[in-house]
Design a protein around this ligand. Structure first.
Ligand SMILES: [Zn+2]
Length: 162
């Protein structure tokens, strides 16, 4: 039957299913905590249950797995060869939920950050945490950790690599 997945896919799926305290998220949490930021976890009662809630900054942060949330243009956003239709509709559902949650949070006055797991891998983690920290203290309403790869409306904070 066609409903099995290969070993690599399975292990990636299992890693994702472990869920809330996956390692990349822990890296970000530790780093922000070390910088003095305090937050609550898994904001219950808030749309999309943000991974971190920074009440003092009126901000929430989602850490998105690139596979499950189908990070556009990301090498980790693969679609399993088996039952691609199933996966694509699953990804679409996840993305639609992400969008709805963000919209609803913003309508309630929350600032919303999305950090992709690929931006928390290896050396990039420190830079990403630093950018989130700066965003928290800014007055920008949104943050996307992959902004460097796409045109951004936040032109004033675009970083130049030297
Ligand atoms: Zn990614």
């Amino acid at each position: 039957m066609a409903d099995t997945v290969d070993a690599a896919t399975r292990s990636r799926i299992m890693a994702s299913i472990r869920g809330k305290d996956t390692k990349p998220e822990m890296v970000l949490r530790k780093s922000l905590h070390a910088r003095g930021f305090r937050y609550r976890l898994h904001g219950k009662g808030l749309p999309g249950k943000p991974d971190m809630v920074f009440r003092r900054f009126n901000a929430v942060c989602f850490v998105h797995g690139c596979f499950w949330h189908h990070h556009e243009g990301c090498r980790f956003a693969t679609t399993p060869a088996t039952r691609p239709d199933y996966w694509l509709s699953k990804f679409e559902g996840n993305q639609a939920r992400d969008k709805a949650a963000t919209r609803s949070l913003q309508e309630s006055g929350w600032r919303v950050a999305v950090v992709w797991e690929c931006d928390l891998k290896g050396d990039g983690a420190t830079t990403t945490a630093e950018r989130v920290a700066r965003w928290l203290e800014s007055d920008q309403t949104t943050f996307h950790s992959d902004d460097g790869f796409a045109p951004s409306e936040e032109a004033s904070v675009v970083e130049t690599s030297s």
